[in-house]
Ligand binder design. Structure first.
Ligand code: ATP
Ligand code: MG
Length: 363
């Protein structure tokens, strides 16, 4: 069965166009063709319907193969363009190919036409399916990005609510129980009863401390109430105390508040970077710096610990080995920024995250 083929023939001579059509028909195609020999006619034809192929003569009285090629390129359509000319010098042929023609041949060697068409149609199909896969990949990436942004947003909202409930509801209820128990104590004679009340007060104190720690771990209220520099200062002081490692923090001259998504991203990235440094690097000290350059916010977390091979760690993470490095990158990207890791074994490590979008907000 003949293969349907929509051919736009740029040719001033009707007879030569007929020859081309006959050649294609003999080669197993069922050509549906239109002949044009001016720029205007070609423009109209290109917008009127889709084409599988353009065959163009090179020199015509009121149009040319070069102009036809320019017109096709400007249209943005990816259609194989084959020059078939009565007389075309080698230099002209090379220039045509450089300008984007897919092939050229002489009218005296029309036997080459069908193989050339077959090959160019196949190549065009490969290009089309590559474009389609790239488009599908771009869309899948956008969907994934939207999904991961939503997941992080939901996670932060839930953490914020849980942290508040733990702190306010449970914390306040336990504090009331403790006050009541303390009020009971003077009315009891020393003995088993009083001892039990004292034990209970101790248990309530422990649970209160645990609820408070849990609440801070989930999401420190400082981040929402006081802003990023204050929350980081508080968090880093606390980590330094717990780990017994010096952590320096510098955020001089910065505004108290930034865009909320940047505040959350920076805080979480600093948390992961400091945790990694303490857990894997065993450094003598860590320094954290928050700085603004124009509208750009930079976060640096440096440690002077064991360091690591960044390429290897990232590959392992991508294979599902760990989450920290990837989640720092993902959080930075979702807040309109980037994160980079610099480290070599033996030379400490640095996490640098920066956010290009205007980060300051008026509140
Ligand atoms: N500051 C650091 N110093 C030394 N090694 C580090 C440092 N940060 C990361 N690494 C290395 O990179 C690896 C990957 O880090 P990543 O945070 O992705 O994973 P993880 O901390 O092992 O696990 P998790 O998924 O809980 O974060 C670590 O296992 C560690 O070997
Ligand atoms: Mg980690």
């Amino acid at each position: 069965m003949a293969v349907p083929l929509r051919v736009l023939i740029v040719e001033d001579k009707e007879d030569d166009a007929a020859l081309l059509v006959r050649e294609l028909a003999q080669g197993g195609y069922a050509p549906a063709h239109q002949r044009v020999d001016t720029a205007r006619a070609m423009e109209l034809a290109l917008t009127a319907q889709p084409w599988d192929l353009v065959i163009a003569d090179y020199a015509m009285p009121s149009f040319s193969g070069t102009a036809a090629l320019e017109l096709l390129t400007a249209s943005g359509l990816d259609i194989p363009f084959i020059v078939v000319s009565g007389a075309i010098g080698e230099e002209t042929a090379v220039a045509a190919m450089k300008a984007g023609a897919h092939d050229y041949l002489m009218k005296s060697a029309l036997g080459r036409l069908v193989p050339a068409v077959r090959r160019e149609l196949q190549d065009a199909e490969v290009r089309r399916s590559k474009r389609a896969s790239e488009q599908a990949l771009r869309e899948a990436n956008l969907r994934l990005r939207a999904l991961s942004s939503r997941v992080l947003e939901i996670q932060e909202t839930e953490r914020r609510q849980l942290a508040r409930e733990l702190h306010d509801e449970i914390g306040q209820a336990l504090t009331a129980v403790k006050i009541n128990l303390q009020a009971l104590l003077p009315h009891l004679r020393a003995g088993a009863g009083a001892q039990r009340i004292e034990d209970s007060i101790e248990i309530v104190d422990d649970v209160l401390a645990q609820a408070r720690n849990l609440s801070l771990k989930l999401r420190p209220a400082q981040l929402d109430d006081l802003g990023l520099p204050a929350a980081l200062r508080w968090y880093l002081d606390r980590q330094a105390r717990i780990a017994g490692v010096a952590i320096h923090f510098d955020s001089d001259g910065l505004p108290a508040r930034f865009r909320p998504d940047i505040e959350t991203a920076c805080f979480r990235i600093a948390q992961e970077a400091v945790t990694n440094a303490l857990r894997h690097g065993r450094p003598g000290e860590i320094s954290v710096r928050l700085a603004c350059e124009g509208p750009v916010v930079h976060l640096y977390v440096r440690d002077n610990g064991a360091g690591f091979d960044v390429g290897r760690a990232r590959n392992k993470a991508i294979d599902g080995g760990s989450l920290g490095l990837l989640s720092m990158e993902e959080r930075a990207t979702l807040a309109g920024g980037r994160a980079e890791f610099r480290s070599t074994p033996g030379n400490g490590a640095e996490v640098h995250a920066w956010f290009d979008e205007p980060a300051r907000v008026a509140r």
